[in-house]
Design a protein around this ligand. Structure first.
Ligand code: RM4
Ligand code: MN
Ligand code: MN
Length: 426
């Protein structure tokens, strides 16, 4: 199913008047405050977020999985779904593949399909947290950290294979997330597990092409509940430094213990030129993988404040790999992704309203109240007309969720694919 250009322009006609009114009012106000509104809108239009190939079906929990009708059952259909997101939002210009869940069968065909939909191949993700059919060795007791050399070698080889696949598609980074760790005290020797992981990552790093990055993701617990080998950003940074210049830390918003100051972590990683990628989601307790901005929108805004500061002041970082990493049971995955994309853009737009120079001046004077007023002033601004304008200028729709429902996209997908399809993934 494809959304046609004239469907979009017909739809926008219904909403353009209301949009223009809201936009003019806001643009006028912001210009008076000294903001360059056109610049903000064009930055928003450029900001593209990768969609993970595993988020297009219904997510499961360890207690069950409730399917969603019309799910994509192969990679081509997943790319089609991202094409729908891209037509509506003009923000979902990339896909991030998880291997082996989504190995292309015909590389040329899949590249052509993605090109036609204006979708790039972002970071490729390896998977050594599940055993694959017919695999010789098992990852039950870890992969890159395993006490067995044969297991480590199999896991290293898998990562090298993933680089190879990404290379054929035009990806520029490999993301490694490990489930390695232990469930019980005494099960592992922490030092041996860490050292094995470092050595394995160095072997993988040797296979990273010159214009690629190796992104190392951390997570404090789950599926191992006593210890995780790469438990936090410090461990990830140490491992990245141990590999070399092309290795970076990847921050997943859900991978922190409650109340961690994520924006501070991001800020320091940027200062050191070691922030390589980002997984957006939201959570109340752990790695809940909920819709971005659904629980803690102010925290998301504070994170973007640091990211905007970093974009302006820390050229030592590579272009970040932005990705949504969320999936769950209760929403239509495409509507959910639209909401996440909107929340990301909203936080970004608000962060761009902070006058960084004035903030710095207030900080120099230790004017704590003024600093807070500046942050919260930006946060309280309803920036949605700016997002609409960015989408509209790029050929998207003014209100993606409404348009999605108005075009009866899910119904169309069910007609095309049937009800009981199941997507690959968790
Ligand atoms: C992990 C982590 C990884 C993702 C898997 C599916 O918790 O967030 O990034 O690849 O889940
Ligand atoms: Mn993640
Ligand atoms: Mn996660």
């Amino acid at each position: 199913m494809k959304i046609q250009k004239d469907q979009i322009s017909d739809y926008n006609k219904k909403e353009i008047e209301g949009h223009n009114e809201n936009f003019d009012f806001l643009a006028n106000k912001l210009s008076k405050q000294g903001h360059n509104v056109n610049d903000i809108v064009s930055r928003l239009a450029k900001f593209q977020v990768a969609i993970p190939s595993w988020a297009l079906g219904a997510g499961g929990t360890r207690f069950g999985r409730f399917g969603f009708y019309g799910e994509p059952s192969n990679l081509e259909q997943k790319i089609d779904d991202i094409g729908i997101l891209q037509s509506l939002t003009q923000t979902a210009g990339a896909v991030s593949l998880h291997i082996p869940w989504d190995i292309p069968s015909d590389y040329t065909a899949i590249k052509e399909q993605a090109d036609a939909l204006n979708i790039k191949f972002d970071s490729v993700n390896s998977n050594t947290f599940q055993d694959q059919k017919n695999a010789k060795e098992s990852y039950k007791y870890g992969s890159l950290s395993n006490t067995s050399k044969a297991v480590r070698e199999q896991a290293i080889q898998h990562n090298l294979d993933v680089i190879n696949i990404g290379n054929k598609l035009g990806s520029k980074s490999l993301t490694v997330w490990l489930a390695d760790g232990s469930c019980f005290p005494g099960q592992n020797n922490f030092q041996t597990a860490f050292q094995n992981t470092q050595d394995s990552l160095i072997d993988i790093y040797k296979g990273i092409p010159d214009d690629w990055s190796l992104l190392i993701e951390y997570k404090p617990y789950e599926p191992n509940f006593y210890s995780t080998v790469i438990q936090d950003w410090g461990a990830s940074l140490m491992l990245a430094n141990g590999c070399g210049d092309k290795a970076y830390t990847l921050v997943d918003l859900g991978h922190h213990l409650p109340n961690s100051n994520i924006e501070q972590i991001i800020s320091i990683l940027q200062l050191k030129g070691k922030l390589g990628g980002f997984h957006f989601n939201d959570s109340k307790y752990g790695d809940d993988d909920l819709t971005v901005g659904s629980i803690k929108p102010y925290a998301l805004f504070l994170i973007f404040n640091e990211l905007v500061y970093g974009m302006q002041n820390n050229p030592q970082n590579p272009d970040l790999a932005w990705m949504i990493d969320a999936s769950h049971n209760v929403k239509d995955p495409l509507e959910d992704l639209i909401q996440s994309l909107e929340a990301i853009q909203e936080a970004y737009a608000k962060a761009m309203l902070i006058d960084q120079k004035a903030l710095k001046a207030a900080q120099m004077e230790n004017d704590v109240v003024k600093c807070q007023e500046m942050l919260q002033g930006a946060y309280r601004t309803d920036v949605r007309p700016l997002l609409e304008k960015a989408r509209y200028n790029s050929g998207g729709v003014l209100s993606p969720i409404n348009a999605y429902r108005n075009f009866a996209v899910r119904e169309g997908l069910i007609k095309e694919r049937g009800k009981h399809t199941v997507a690959t993934g968790l």
